[in-house]
Design a protein around this ligand. Sequence first.
Ligand SMILES: Cc1ncc(C[n+]2csc(CCOP(=O)(O)OP(=O)(O)O)c2C)c(N)n1
Ligand SMILES: [Mg+2]
Length: 607
Amino acid sequence: MSTSSASADARTVVSGVQKMTPSEAFVETLVANGVTEMFGIMGSAFMDAMDIFAPAGITLIPVVHEQGAAHMADGYARASGRHGMVIGQNGPGISNCVTAIAAAYWAHSPVVIITPEAGTGTIGLGGFQECNQLPMFQEFTKYQGHVTHPARIAEYTSRCFERATNDMGPTQLNIPRDYFYGEITCEIPQPVELERGAGGENALDEAADLLAKAKFPVILSGGGVVMGDAVEECKALAERLGAPVVNSYQHNDSFPASHPLWCGPLGYQGSKAGMKLISQADVVIALGSRLGPFGTLPQHGMDYWPKDAKIIQIDANHKVLGLVKKISVGICADAGAAATALVGRLENRELACDATKQERAQKIADEKAAWEKELDEWTHEKDPYSLDVIEEAKSEQTFSGGQYLHPRQVLRELEKAMPEDVMVSTDIGNINAVAHSYLRFEKPRSFFAPMSFGNCGYALPTIIGAKVAAPHRPAISYAGDGAWAMSMVEVLTCVRENIGVTAVVFHNRQWGAEKKNQVEFYNRRFVAGELENPSFAEIARSMGAEGIVVDKIEDVGPALQRAIDMQMKENKTCVIEIMCTRELGDPFRRDALSKPVRLLDKYKDYV
Ligand SMILES: Cc1ncc(C[n+]2csc(CCOP(=O)(O)OP(=O)(O)O)c2C)c(N)n1
Ligand SMILES: [Mg+2]
């Protein structure tokens, strides 16, 4: 990767009102906001600005497909906390980004997408690559700055940066391509940072009173704890209360897994220990969480959400307070500042739960031990479909002459072999979902899952962006064979740009997650679910990366170790293709599917 070794001069922003071109004003505003890398594919629409990226200390990392670029910007933002940048050619280059910007929106990532558009002289005439680029993103952006005059380009650019971090989500900067040219007089705005604070005094007092009376308080640590760098503050609150801490869905990195109070994630394929403990809560502190509807669905046959508990919800976005779950107190605040304010209010106070701190600690330890034991013993899925395909697999050989492996065993082996300080991205799919039970982290900004938009093809480009932001950290992506094929072209980006990542592909020859719905609800009538693939390790090698096929359980850990060595020592990308049986964990959308009803005679057998 060609990282910017920009001189101090390149990074010094011009000050005061000056004459410059709009391209210069745009690029200087990028510098003022700390931009050093952007992802995208070049195009004539912004070539005048791109031409001066290098002397400004900005590297444009060229990708294979713009969806990849926008996911990379998301991964970059999630790993670093800084803005993630994506740019592309007007029309198709920009429309290619829509899915990934939607994903970034639901990950609350401060991504700025630069969308150069058709020139003002021809807009509306149906010219080349002309389309209205604002409606495409209006659902998935916090702000859309459309440059209305070349002299205002710096102002709009700057506002996009501010809104992306202050409103926590992608923003769009739409620039008619002719507005890069000319001569303007302007001043480059200095970024304005928002200090969120601890929330209203009354709400904090009320919350502290609830906590003082609580007998079994539980903390749900959400994405706000990750984004607000508030793990230490969350820990202090948890320790004062002796409260179990569960991670909100897909935020497994919101509390250190080695901490005695950590109980694992809620939601789909989450931790039974966490679910059992939160079900006993009389007060829940949702710290930095919107309490998204998918994240607290029943799981493992347990409807664990404590319906009678008092809920204290703390979030930086006031619009999510009480939106999904009924709450007793809502606090609009920075997660860390609010947690600290609560600890302060509880400091010299006798709490109802103080008397049972030991007892509760024991209960937490027991539940965790029971869950670990269950995971150790849960070597394969046990539903009738899975048992059938496991039986079938016994008489089959993989293309490399080995055996198909049980996904759960593979996931446990990967967990054991995880390097320190690892970053992991996951995709959407059955094995990736089951992986939630096995992905544990010590620090925030380590886990990047596709969140609520839930698009297949997320993991590889996202981890590439994360790796660019944090080159010193090992970076691993997980994907099923279906999702992998959607995104694997970006291996070329890794090879071309010398970015080393490790990609684990669970090769089970099917669109498994959706097939499991056909098993549970459609009497195993499989439609369009089978995938006969070539070897993904071989494809990786032909792209110039490394590839390892794993078809023996004892090879899983060593393969990961080898790939991480390649990544960290040689910047080399390696695809680990793990041959898995077709067995499948619990289905995704039990909440949204029901057994089919057919009224027409013609379809009567399809029930
Ligand atoms: C872009 C996109 N298309 C389709 C889906 C629907 N979908 C969800 S999971 C899934 C199957 C994933 O298969 P694979 O990646 O092979 O993983 P597996 O379930 O087999 O482990 C599909 C098609 C989706 N979430 N995103
Ligand atoms: Mg699959």
